[in-house]
Each structure stands twice: as structure tokens, then as C-alpha cells.
Design a protein around this ligand. Structure first.
Ligand SMILES: Nc1nc2c(ncn2[C@@H]2O[C@H](COP(=O)(O)OP(=O)(O)OP(=O)(O)O)[C@@H](O)[C@H]2O)c(=O)[nH]1
Length: 286
């Protein structure tokens, strides 16, 4: 479900997260490893009010691992810990409690010095829709506890899930993505985080093909048996030419032999999202 984010929704979502912040020691901020900044809430620092935070780069199985490493270095330069995770299979999740203890070490040490037995670290998962919050909660819990994220404005009894030395809130905090920048919208749409009714499917595919021509030409060419690489990725006619070649390869033809670009766009995006074109990242830090 795509939430239509109006100012009222944003205010309510923000208020809900800030209520939960009072209960927790640590925020686990989920972002999409393929588009770390575009899948981030623009007001995150302000919303979290200085709470200790760990960044989880989810869906790392779909991202270009070399670019993911660049992002980890980027966040480290900013004094933030970022962990690559695949919430679907659980790869990387065992590092979450380990890093949580590192991040809260001073607090834990202070409690020990006062003779207090440290209590479990209370954590809240936050992130934009579709980033994998429920999948991560269920995977960490080892069972299905979060069916779907709670919706802003929908109140539900919340529970703590004990995972070793962490206590996780079973309802994640939902944040909104940044919509001001059109490219952010397109990156989100390429991954399926924004429904195609909001942005035109051919425009989304055009954006994707243009990016792939520049950064992942070989994998795209191999998948669709393309031979002619556009000389200028800024030339729209050449990008549409690639889209047509993909459409022909997949039999998206209408009467008269013309390529059905809408259908071709849908096919391309489905294959891309399913990881059939291999791993890709849609933005890099440097
Ligand atoms: N490949 C891959 N897919 C993932 C991963 N994590 C989640 N997914 C998929 O991403 C989609 C969204 O996951 P959810 O857990 O429903 O996301 P959410 O953030 O809870 O979404 P909302 O309920 O809309 O807020 C699902 O189809 C998941 O199977 C991952 O690490 N790798």
C-alpha cells in the first residue's frame, strides 16, 4: 500500500515516532541499500532528537556491493554506523545486537559502574514504506510478529519482542520519503517503493534505462542481447531506442510491428526489481 503523504499524515507520523522515542534507547533506521539517500526521510535528524542510531542498509542482496561499501565509508565519515543486511534471508542481522551494544557501550558501562544490571537495549525500527521494516522485525524475532507496518493514525497495542539483549518494539515507525526532488521519486519508483499510478511507467523505465546505460550497460546488454550501446546517454532518442530493443526482445509488439513501450517498460521494471539484471545501485556517494 502506498501512503499518500499529506502534511497531516507527516505530522501524525512524526508525533507517533516521537512518542515511541521516549520508550527506547536506540533507533534502527532502515534505508534501501540501492538508494540510501533517496530512501531516507529528509528530516530524520530533527525527528530523532539526538537518539543513538544505527543505519541498516536493507535489501543489500539487490545492491551493487562495491557501491554499498562506498556508502558504509560515507556514513562512517559522518560518524554513523551502517550495516548491510538482507532481511529476507537474514544475512547480516546477527551484527545488529553486536553493534547495538557497541553504540550504547558508555551507557551500559555507567550502569555497571553503579552496580546496576544492564537491562536489555530497547530499540525501534523506523523507515519509509516498503523498505523492509516488517520483514526485518519478523526475521529478527524468528517468527511472524509484524504482519505489516502500522499505519499512521492507526493505533495498535504494541509489544516488546525480546531478541537476546535487545527488546524491539513490534510496530515500526513509518517515515515519509522526500518528494521534492523528481529524481528521488524516480529512484523510489524504479525499486517499486512508489506505485506506478503516481509516476508514468514509461517515464520510470526511461529513467532506469538511462541510468543502466551509464552504469550497468554490460549486464543490461547481456540480459536483453543488446548490441548497440548509445553514444550519448543524454540523448532521449537513443534511450528510447534501447527501450524499443528491449520491447522487441520480449515480444512487446503491437499491430504494424511497432513496439508497445508501455508493456516493454513494465517487463523491464519487473525483471529489474526481481534482480534478474543482477545487482545494481541507483545512487553512489562519490
Ligand atoms: N530482496 C530483498 N527483499 C526484501 C528485503 N527486505 C524486504 N524485502 C521485500 O520488500 C518488500 C517490502 O517489505 P516489508 O517488510 O513489507 O516492508 P515495510 O517497510 O514493512 O513496508 P510497509 O508495511 O509498507 O511500511 C517485501 O516484498 C519484502 O519481501 C531484503 O533484504 N531483500
Amino acid at each position: 500500500m502506498t501512503i499518500q503523504w499529506f502534511p497531516g499524515h507527516m505530522t501524525r507520523a512524526r508525533r507517533q515516532i516521537q512518542e515511541k522515542l521516549k520508550l527506547i534507547d536506540l533507533v534502527i533506521e532502515l534505508i534501501d541499500a540501492r538508494l540510501p539517500l533517496s530512501s531516507r526521510n529528509p528530516m530524520i535528524d530533527e525527528i530523532l532528537q539526538g537518539k543513538p542510531r544505527m543505519i541498516i542498509m536493507n535489501k543489500a542482496d539487490l545492491a551493487d556491493s562495491a557501491v554499498t561499501q562506498q556508502w558504509i565509508a560515507y556514513f562512517k565519515e559522518q560518524g554513523q554506523t551502517a550495516l548491510p543486511v538482507d532481511a529476507q534471508t537474514g544475512t547480516g542481522i546477527k551484527d545488529i545486537p553486536v553493534q547495538a551494544k557497541v553504540l550504547l557501550k558508555e551507557k551500559i558501562d555507567r550502569q555497571i559502574a553503579k552496580g546496576i544490571k544492564p537491562r536489555p537495549i530497547r530499540a525501534l525500527i523506523v523507515g519509509i514504506p516498503n523498505v523492509g521494516k516488517s520483514t526485518l522485525i519478523n526475521r529478527m524475532a524468528g517468527r511472524s510478529v509484524a504482519a505489516t507496518g502500522d499505519r499512521p493514525g492507526v493505533t495498535k497495542a504494541q509489544q516488546w519482542i525480546r531478541i537476546g539483549e535487545i527488546e524491539l518494539l513490534d510496530t515500526p515507525g513509518i517515515l515519509w520519503p522526500k518528494f521534492e526532488d523528481q529524481n528521488v521519486g524516480y529512484r523510489l519508483a524504479v525499486t517499486g517503493a512508489i506505485k506506478e499510478e503516481i509516476l508514468n511507467v514509461e517515464d520510470i523505465a526511461f529513467f532506469a534505462v538511462k541510468y543502466l546505460v551509464s552504469y550497468y550497460w554490460d549486464t543490461m546488454a547481456e540480459r536483453f542481447e543488446l548490441t548497440a550501446r548509445p553514444e550519448d546517454s543524454e540523448n532521449p532518442d537513443e534511450i528510447v531506442g534501447v527501450m524499443e530493443a528491449i520491447g522487441r526482445k520480449r515480444g512487446c509488439i503491437v499491430s504494424g510491428g511497432r513496439v508497445d513501450l508501455e508493456k516493454a517498460s513494465g517487463v523491464l521494471l519487473r525483471e529489474l526489481r526481481a534482480g534478474k539484471l543482477g545487482r545494481f545501485s541507483l545512487e553512489a556517494p562519490y
